[in-house]
Design a protein around this ligand. Structure first.
Ligand code: CP
Length: 314
């Protein structure tokens, strides 16, 4: 199946077949990442710019490794040390970087629409690495890949998102992606953290009562409380939030025997997830998600830039 896309910004531009192509290519990249020599020559002589104006550990490190393992040269530009702190606009920044004849821009930014704007000012491929509380398409793809590897399917899975859905860029991309793949989606949390109109993302069910929903879920996807994006307190205290919505040892007993726990990171242990669950050897997929991030980002870069050939890695 051909993968006819130039940029990856909006997950809803991908079809079910496109997503399966990414998943199968990620599976091939997994094998590359387990070799002694973990590198393909695909992007030799090409240059990627990683333009991150918001903090990141997982996304930035995995994109950097993914580019290096595809033999691409990498230039890192961070907001805190760039001339954007002196007032340079995003457009002037990208036009400056264009002068080096770059081939790929991977960008994390606080503003909705910033990746589209950059794509209008460069001939390089553009991949969004997370935009404010709006979208995070490669996180969605790495989560789908993680579910597919662990549970063997996506269609018909019941996935429950617990917590701060309304400020979550992960939900902004992952919920529409799950709907493309035929999964059932429930969001659970206090009304103050849930979207005003759940139909915008394609959410199937809404609940304020975690215990009622937990026994029905295949995947419990718990979300970080994004304190940095909250304007007013959405609940009385973090302790109360943990009592009502934390994924704890007691609540684990309500889950299906084969249900799994996912979290995009960074974790707030003792708030949305207890250490017992975060480190649970059978339930927790948190570190699987990190490894999937590397495989999926290699796959996405490969498909956009190098190997548009039915997902078969050369
Ligand atoms: N999941 C995620 O985007 O993590 P980082 O903010 O560390 O990149």
């Amino acid at each position: 199946m051909a993968f006819n896309h130039y940029n990856l910004i909006d997950i809803t531009e991908l079809s079910r077949d496109d997503i399966m192509t990414v998943i199968h290519t990620a599976e091939a990249m997994k094998e590359v990442n387990q070799r002694e020599i973990k590198q393909l020559p695909t992007l030799r002589g090409r240059t990627a710019v990683n333009l991150f104006t918001e903090h990141s550990t997982r996304t930035r490190s995995s994109f950097t490794l993914a580019e290096q393992r595809l033999s691409c040269s990498v230039l890192a530009v961070s907001g805190s040390s760039s001339s954007m702190t002196k007032g340079e606009s995003l457009t002037d920044t990208i036009q400056t970087l264009n002068s080096y004849n770059i081939d790929l821009v991977v960008m994390r930014n606080s503003y909705a629409g910033s990746s589209v704007k950059v794509a209008q000012h460069t001939k390089a491929h553009v991949i969004s690495a997370g935009e404010g509380k709006h979208v995070h398409p490669t996180q969605a793809l790495l989560d789908l890949y993680t579910m597919w590897r662990k549970l063997g399917r996506l269609e018909g899975l019941h996935v429950g998102f617990v917590g701060d859905v309304s400020h979550s860029r992960v939900c902004g991309s992952l919920i529409p992606a799950l709907k493309i793949m035929g999964a059932d989606v429930t969001v659970i949390g206090p009304q103050t953290l849930l979207p005003d109109d759940p139909s915008v993302l394609g959410i199937d069910h809404v609940s304020e009562h975690l215990e009622e929903v937990l026994p029905d879920l295949d995947v419990i996807y718990t979300l970080r409380i994004q304190l940095e994006r909250l304007e007013t307190a959405p609940f009385p205290s973090l302790r109360e939030y943990n009592m009502l919505y934390g994924i704890t040892e007691e609540r684990e007993r309500l889950m299906r025997p084969d249900a799994v726990i996912m979290h995009p990171g960074p974790l707030n242990r003792g708030v949305e997830i207890d250490s017992y669950i975060a480190d649970h050897p059978k339930r927790s997929l948190v570190l699987d998600q990190v490894f999937s991030g590397l495989c999926v980002r290699m796959a996405v870069i490969y498909l956009l830039m190098g190997g548009n050939d039915n997902g078969v890695v050369a």
